[in-house]
Design a protein around this ligand. Sequence first.
Ligand code: PEP
Ligand code: CO
Length: 612
Amino acid sequence: MTQEQLQDLAALRGKLDRIDDQILDLIEQRLAASADIAARKDAEGDRHLKIRPKRQVQILDRLKDRSDRAAPMLIEQVWREIMAHSLQAQAMTDLVLAPSDNPELLEARVRAHFGSAASVRWAASEAHAIRAALAGEAIAIVTESIPDTEGELRVFDVLQSEDGRNVAFAVGRVSAENIAIQAKSPAEAKAHQPKSDWTPGGWRSRPAEQLIDYPDPEALSRVERRLAGSEPLVEVADIIHLRAALARVANGEAIIMQGGDCAESFAEFDADKVRVTYNLLLRMGAIVRAAGSDVVHLARIAGQFAKPRSSPVETIGEVTLPSYRGDAVNGPAFTSLARVPDPKRLLDAHRQAQVTIELLQAYASASYADLPRVHREVGLKEPPRPISMFTSHEALLLNYEQALTRFDEASEQWWATSGHMLWIGDRTRQLDGAHVEFARGVGNPVGLKCGPSINADDFLRLMDRIDPDNLPGKLVLIGRFGADKVAEHLPELMRITCREGRKVIWSIDPMHGNTRTVEGLKTRMVGDIVKEVRTFFEIAEAEGVHGGGIHLEMTGSDVTECLGGSINLAREDLGRRYLTHCDPRLNETQALDVAHAVAAMVADQAKRANAA
Ligand code: PEP
Ligand code: CO
């Protein structure tokens, strides 16, 4: 470069510097003018937000029209940012984001639209975001449903994705004449926005743990079609009834007694078995009720036919075969034929579930459970009233669950009609996995097993995803840590639910963290089980959380699968009646032992609460 050219360049750079100075001076003037406007508005005692979305759009349109070189995108970005700072100069305005399935996308769109000047925070639920917009200098960003505008609140702007989809709606105290041109009225926006981005089959595009590999996909499809054409196993009204009952649990007014087989079996099924399970749960409930707490009875039955396994294969001696995955999938016999997944088993499971539910209903209405006797046994004087027994199982086989999911016009909701409550297992609770994707879309109460490997971040996001509206009675967190690990993990998780204002239920599964092998057989010690239950209630009390229930693997018959308890089963008893196809269950006496331990905790806590 010649000397002359270098001088030219320096002059040009000097020009840029002067332009930058001018731009800065102008920005300073603009901010000062904004502050003047704010003072004027304050003097008028205006409760509206300082933001003027309609005027912002007019400014952007006018500048884009005038521009020659500056691309519309440049104008949009620069002026959105300047206007954001102007707004903050008028009044510090927060952006409060309701939970979203895609928080990164939402936050990016919010930043692009409202600039980087405002503070962005996440609300625990849409209701929290709306409340912030009502009460403070805040804009609520809501994603799915549009709330009915309350008083001064109004949807004033729509955030769209690059491909023109509505991503979110901005809600705030903005007057009707100030709303952005492209914003639709809430009713209109609602009509244009699908109620949810969820479909019963959406899980299929997600990675799935514990998936069954069916050798004949066509046969599976045929079975799915048959199930899809069948009557729902449970009524939506009853699911709603359970949700209401669980809302009382969430509110500290009752305790969940949940229990049943680890895995239901086709071979061991008969009416007597259902009756015995039903009676056992009622007796356990009566013991706890006698101690002063109301009880919600949830049987682990009528759908508990499939198991997640730690290993996909099982080896005996020289032979390795696919693991037994539950009667709805393959057979327990250790032969290669039995272990082939057969979709027709889903139909058998469905039929057995249907008969089971009919039996439960018959026992309930005929008072077959002999309630008066049960009540006398535990010293309850009040006359027996009908007690509802709800069904529950792990939502593991998503082909089955999807086929039994129905849309209900009255509630405008999807419901899993395979059981009243479903839970997600500790092995299938991946945030972006298929099981969570399925569970987030149904109206049923959903359980979430929480084992030692759950981390705080996933835990928070799982709650947001499964229960975005923070509905009491929707989410049941079921801890399953093990007697010696529960004190290490549970307090932190409980603190998170408290801090976030989560209306969840905390329950404890003292079975799955306490499995050990004795003489080649999987077993559990009643001592460990009772210890985890006790520690759970102690921690809950210390954290100011309601100890909301227990979740047991148990059977009404006199098996010898777990050791200890008041009948004092010893290791030499193990082989005597070891009947389970999967995990070791408490027998009747042992299950009642655990119920007594719960009752004692409940009574003690009530005493302490009264004394305080
Ligand atoms: C179960 O409840 O049978 C089970 C497999 O539990 P988890 O998912 O907690 O291991
Ligand atoms: Co189990």
